[in-house]
Design a protein around this ligand. Structure first.
Ligand code: T1G
Length: 693
């Protein structure tokens, strides 16, 4: 009998079977909660029913609360109360778990009296990834089943626990190979026959472990001081040694507090943004089949791209101009795959099968049958044009010709081929087998099937594909090259590389800009500054004075042992010579140093980033603000709990942003300009979130 669109109940002699069917992930929406509540009460008021079995249809049992409801008013029945009702049910309840039973889904099961896991099941409490904590009894019932340390590990890591481990831990009572409904019937019968013993999790006592919890609390104060929910997780789990009703009260309070933080808003924006990035018009177009990828260039990028394609089960032909670099490239790919095996990301058999899918060649003609070529050679337009000209002659009709260039004009590459409609940009980020971002650069003549194929490859590689138009630096590098100047200006005007780095690390970046440049290599930016010199406006304040001096000394950063910092010992220390260079450059420019607070450093840096990001939107290089957010989150280490620069901008507002820009423009009206779009937003009272709709 259908209770509503997403919940049904059927009775088989003394068994009530409740099926949850809310595709795609059985999110615990209001309808699902209401239907489940009704079904439980129907079963409990039917004297013939002596056991209740709950299972999910589709690819997974409940994957959590319906996150889409979070920004609206709370809707009855609330999940915590529903889980309590399940636990208090007179009739024993068995819950069948399959797919990814996460968050509120696992919590529903913890309210059950018996839990059965099916083959391939993963369980978890990933609320921490959303800036939250388990809010439907997870912090109270999990410790009762598996103890405080294991429960806290699950809650703080948010990791997916495989079925066998869940059984060993005691989260589930049995594993079954059956399909959900059959497993439900089988388990119900075993409860009736006494083979499976139902018990209320809430009645199990937890031994308080304050020393462990105090240790965790101290660790988190060191490692996660800038976040809210991890600390609340510890205190909620600590309360699990109290009476259940007491502990649930504390959990509820902690959950409500974490729900109201900007971090929760930022992390949920990141969650949905990652998925919305692929929801673009091309998503409705069926892509070309991709089985065999050609990669041209066995440098760092080519090797990373080849590795990530192999890890996704694609066949790869790697082409390099001569034998020696080709062999080095292949050996490095081996090493990368070995690393994946060591990290448990790749089975040994998958390692072997992946290597069988890799061939190397020094002849471009070996690419005549591939479905797509990804060119990853030296960043020089003439070199790339030569490659594309040859590929156009070699590759089969319909093969996609992609360039991994990070800033060059791909329209120019398309125009030297006879097939511009098949040319696209796929800008990977280094290391390409680790970083999740791919800028999918759709050129003037790229046809929509080829564009859809670029996104299909991104999804196949489990990466975040973000659509970009063509301009110097596309989305990310164009914005980066603008806001990086702010860091240079701050140092010239009185701050220090360390102060700027520390301020941005306080904002939430893992590394400040000078540490990032040291890591990437100062020579890359040096090349870019020299490339742009001929077209640089005379009005622009030059930002490379200090960095150029470092490069002239060969201090290219970590790879040279010194840059802004020294790397001769394990810990990184400021390079004392840099202060002398800064002093000299200030004197040369007649600058008397000013002091900048942490707040002002952050405000200048972020205002510069948001200004250029807004211009990227104006120029339609990015289609939506959320696309820019995803680029900065997945390619540039933007702090995830801030949601991205455009989401962060909405916490300031267009009017205030304009005030800040106009204030800074008094120092440099060329660098600090108010984008027209920002003025329009201020006038119309619009946010960047409005522009995502
Ligand atoms: N709520 C609403 N929509 C969701 C959702 C959720 N929990 N999970 C996924 N979706 C949507 C997603 O936006 C996408 O939509 C589609 O489902 C397929 O998702 C009280 C408060 C389950 C591992 O954090 O980790 O419970 O783009 O592309 O790669 O304590 O989705 O198609 O329109 O990601 O196969 C806790 C979040 C919530 C799990 C499947 N649960 N989801 O991955 O598919 S908070 C989570 C995931 C909570 C309680 C607290 C993954 C997945 P669209 P997908 P997938």
């Amino acid at each position: 009998m259908q209770i509503n669109d997403v919940v049904s109940i059927e009775t088989l002699s003394h068994i009530a079977l409740i099926c949850l069917n809310n595709p795609p992930v059985n999110a615990a929406s209001q309808a699902l909660r209401y239907g489940l509540q009704q079904a439980i009460s129907i079963a409990n008021t039917n004297d013939a029913i002596r056991v209740i079995a709950i299972y999910g249809a589709g690819r997974t049992f409940v994957a959590g609360a319906d996150i889409k409801e979070f920004d609206g008013p709370p809707l009855e029945p609330m999940l915590p109360e529903l889980v309590n009702e399940i636990e208090e049910s007179e009739t024993p309840v068995v819950v069948i778990l399959h797919g990814t039973a996460l968050g509120g889904g696992l919590e529903i099961a913890l309210g059950g009296h018996v839990r059965v896991g099916l083959k391939g099941l993963k369980v978890g409490l990933p609320e921490i990834n959303l800036g939250l904590l388990p809010g439907a009894g997870g912090t109270q019932r999990t410790p009762r089943l598996i103890g405080i340390p294991a429960a806290l590990d699950m809650i703080l890591s948010g990791r997916h626990v495989p079925a066998n481990e869940a059984l060993e831990l005691g989260l589930i009572d049995r594993l079954s190979d059956e399909i959900p409904r059959d497993a439900a019937i089988g388990a119900a019968k075993d409860i009736l026959s006494g083979v499976l013993m139902p018990r209320r999790t809430g009645e199990i006592l937890v031994k308080a472990d304050h020393s462990y919890l105090d240790k965790m609390k101290a660790t988190l104060l060191r490692t996660h001081a800038h976040l809210v929910s991890p600390h609340k997780c510890v205190e909620a789990v600590r309360a699990s040694s109290l009476k259940l009703s007491e502990g649930l009260k504390l959990e509820k309070r902690a959950f409500a507090e974490s729900m109201s933080t900007p971090q929760r808003a930022g992390l949920i924006h990141a969650f949905f943004g990652e998925r919305a990035a692929r929801n673009i018009p091309e998503a409705k177009i069926s892509p070309l089949d991709l089985a065999h990828i050609g990669v041209v260039g066995a440098g760092t990028m080519g090797i990373g791209i080849a590795t990530t394609c192999l890890l996704s089960g694609l066949e790869v032909t790697l082409v390099e101009a001569s034998q020696e670099p080709l062999e080095i490239g292949i050996a490095t790919i081996h090493k990368n795959l070995e690393g994946a095996v060591k990290r448990g990301k790749l089975s040994r058999e998958k390692f072997n099968s992946s290597l069988k899918c890799l061939t190397g060649n020094t002849d471009l003609a070996s690419l005549n049958q591939v479905d797509m070529v990804i060119e990853a050679v030296f960043e020089d337009m003439d070199v790339k044009k030569d490659i594309f000209f040859k590929l156009d002659k070699i590759c089969k009709t319909g093969a996609v010709l992609a360039s991994n260039t990070s800033y060059l004009d791909i329209n120019e590459l398309a125009d030297i081929t006879s097939r511009p409609q098949d040319v696209i940009g796929l800008h990977f980020f280094s290391p390409a087998h680790v970083m999740r971002l791919i800028e999918v650069i759709v050129c003037e003549k790229t046809n929509e099937t080829v564009s859809a194929t670029g996104f299909a490859l991104a999804k196949r590689l489990r990466k975040v594909g973000v659509k970009s138009g063509v301009c110097d630096g596309f989305i990310g590098n164009r914005i980066l090259s603008h806001y990086r100047k702010t860091a240079a200006y701050l140092v010239l005007d009185g701050s220090s590389p360390q102060e700027v780095d520390q301020a941005l690390e306080a904002f939430g970046f893992a590394m400040g800009p000078h540490k990032v440049t040291d890591l990437a290599g100062l020579d890359i930016d040096w090349l870019t500054r020299r490339r742009k010199a001929p077209t640089r406006s005379k009005e622009e304040r030059y930002s490379g004075d200090v960095a150029d001096r470092l490069c002239e000394n060969g201090w290219f950063g970590r790879k040279a042992g010194k840059g802004y910092y020294l790397y001769e010992t394990a810990d990184m220390t400021p390079n004392p010579k840099v202060n002398e260079i800064i002093e000299a450059e200030r004197n040369r420019a007649g600058l008397s140093p000013k002091t900048f607070s942490v707040g002002e450093i952050i405000d200048r840096y972020m205002t510069a980033m948001i200004s250029e990001a807004t211009r990227v939107l104006e120029d339609k290089i990015a289609a939506r603000p959320l696309d820019i957010d995803m680029v900065l989150l997945f390619g540039y280490g933007f702090p995830r709990h801030r949601g991205g620069p455009m989401h962060y901008a909405d916490t300031i507002g267009a009017t205030k942003l304009i005030e800040h820009i106009e204030k800074y423009a008094q120092e440099d009206s060329y660098y600090w300009r108010v984008p027209n779009l920002l003025r329009d937003m201020a006038k119309d009272g619009k946010t960047f979130a409005d522009l995502n709709r």
